[in-house]
Write a protein that binds this ligand. Sequence first.
Ligand code: ANZ
Ligand code: ZN
Length: 855
Amino acid sequence: EERYNVRETEAKWQTVWEERQSFLARDDDPRPKYYVLEMFPYPSGRIHMGHVRNYTLGDVVARYKRARGHAVLHPMGWDAFGLPAENAAIERGIHPAKWTRENIAAMRTQLKSMGLSYDWTRELATCEPDYYRHEQKMFLDFLKAGLVYRKESWVNWDPVEHTVLANEQVIDGRGWRSGALVEKRLLSQWFLKITAFAEDLLTGLSQLDRWPDRVRLMQENWIGRSEGLRLFFDLVDRDDRIEIYTTRPDTLFGASFCAIAANHPLAGALAADNPALAQFIAECNRLGTSEAALETAEKKGFATGLKVRNPLVDGQELPVYVANFVLMDYGTGAIFGCPAHDQRDLDFARKYGLPVTPVVAPKGVDPASIVVGNEAFVEDGVMINSGPLNGLPVAEAKAKVIDLMERRNVGQRAVNYRLRDWGVSRQRYWGCPIPVIHCPDCGVVPVPAESLPVTLPEDVTFDKPGNPLDHHPSWKHVACPKCGKPAKRETDTFDTFFESSWYFARFCSPGETDRGFSRAAADHWLPVDQYIGGIEHAVLHLLYSRFFTRALKTCGYLNVEEPFAGLLTQGMICHETYKDADGHWLLPTDVEKRADGSAIEINGGRPVAVGRSEKMSKSKKNVIDPAGIIATYGADTARLFMLSDSPPERDLDWTDAGIDGAFRYVNRLWRMVVDPVVALPPPGSPAPDEFGPKARKARQQVHKTIALVGEDLDRFHFNKAVARIRELSNVLAEIPATEAGAGWVLREGMETLVRLIGPMMPHLGEELWFELGYEQLLVDSGWPEADPSLVSEDSVTLAVQVNGKLKGTVEMAKDADKGLAEAAALALPAVASLLAGKAPRKVIVVPNRIVNVVV
Ligand code: ANZ
Ligand code: ZN
């Protein structure tokens, strides 16, 4: 029996698409533009299943939009700077450039084997000077526009390796390689003023209605806008005052201390003649200054002996502490503490024996009955113990205090953001050089635009700890562009998020040599209509890109604010985990599953402990290599599986049964078309006058499926689309050969099927389209149109779910009786087999939409 030759067929069509430049995007294409982009990969060397899912999703969107008549831009590139390349250099002596370029070549071949519809003429790699030179120019333009500054800031310092560590290289407070306790050091670093756009980045979120709510919320929290009061506290017996920031001015009557950050100027001044304080400050700095570090650390304070006057409470004096939980770069770096209504303040007060006075009572609770234990009351309530504020709800008390303080000129209403400016300096080799020169006379001098790019030297060594750019014998020594005297290049490179903050714009005109991209091309293609990638980038990458786009607009590069109009965040790929008898992780390929769910080692047959399904990860070895899957089953099978089981946002369980099922379906479709049960009339034959009842019913199904799959794909409900397509193939398989019009309907149905699967299984689609007698490529043949008269009004398709998972659909008359819908759903083979004769626990029918069976 003839079989579908997957490998040959897939390679054949990949070559055809490439030769015909089927996916070339033209700027002058008059059709409506559609820009679809997947987050570009780091060239680690091999693609993993997360990539396969991500790029399959993007490819379905790109091919679908293309079929629907859009001028599609669908590019691919490489996020090619970063630490792993340097580690390879240190560990294996391969130059980062060589390592990176070889990985790119290997991964490009892998991606091509997936049949992805990229315009490869636009490919870019961020580590090449023709890419990064433009971001050096952008940096200088940002500098001119006041969006860049230099500031001392704390870094992780490995005292053994004499090198700065990235946060990811600090494991439990120790250097990942040396194991030495990491210290904090102050270094001058470059910052991008993302806070200049804090309000705009926040309000802009409300327009991003095609982003997941979850991502918008995460960005909102990251930006962290709060409204409150900046307020001066006068020092007692000292001609000075401390400015604090509070979001709870209503609690001033409950204040029992003030605290300033270890790096607050006043703390520094006091430490000058107080060695114990100086030591305490040093201790705080060792602990680190990240919010996460402070959250978990024990609250500690140092009593300065100073006192301040409470500006609202006449005659009240409060002690001043230096405290490790107060951040210097938030608000004003100083607070007042109200222990009864803030947990940190309460912990602190209990430790140092400070008064705890409740000033907010829960509604309807007798104030006399309130005892503060070890938990602060942070909810809404009514003011007590607060003189003129007593009886007011919290919100009114806040407003009243702010008014009062403003009138007395000791405070001011203030808005505050958690968002910090973006520190972009990295003391690393494999990154984009920061284009400035340090001159002993002129200070920091930007590299003149005509001297760009500042390229990385290739002849570097990794034998010494620290930054190879710094050790290079000649690279950093240059003449000052201003005065000509000997000066030094900046040896820091950019954070690699810099490159990914504008690559989507570069794809619009990747050949541009004197600018990052042409304004006209960016105006034409941006924003990206659909961006697809992992939720792990919900904050940093997406926020930096939104900031960068605004900064580029400020500097006249383009005219959009939001880079990504639509966003889809895909779920993870999970797999069971396996451990051998000694508790070591095993690869799935080393394990044989048995029918009863138990498992043994393929080598030696020892029993294997099967663990629950978790995100595929190298550390737990529960990974499946896409290369092997594609070689065995073909790209279309892998793609189909990625789309079938779960909606794209959800996690996906990789199972052998799932991939086998997808493979069988690919082969089944192929057989249906190459070996039809009835002879098909030639393409374009006129419809017969008469259709038998089953044939007519099948035609209705064909046209309904066209309409519904279109809606599914528009909403990225790929798994539903797959279910409908499978359903349609079942219906077509059941048309009796004897039925009037069977051959014609079968051709119509098969043609439709083939066109609908085109975006998902493009090789098979192309092959079958050719089998059906078409010369023109499927990718150039558009999308089928549903005949409205056949998409009957009086019938509806209900999704049938078992425990929330889609198992199929049933056709019902509109507004059919719930009982009928339930019966039809339970009769579905997929449902019946799951029930195995037992009654379901519960059946919920949402009329005209869903039947959910709970088992
Ligand atoms: C007094 C107070 C009483 C506060 C109370 C809270 C509860 P958000 O909402 O995140 O903006 N704070 C201000 N600056 C700080 C800093 N540099 N380091 C650590 N904490 C700081 O938080 C604002 C609140 O966090 C402020 O309101 C301040 O404590 C504290 F019952 O002031 B509050
Ligand atoms: Zn100079």
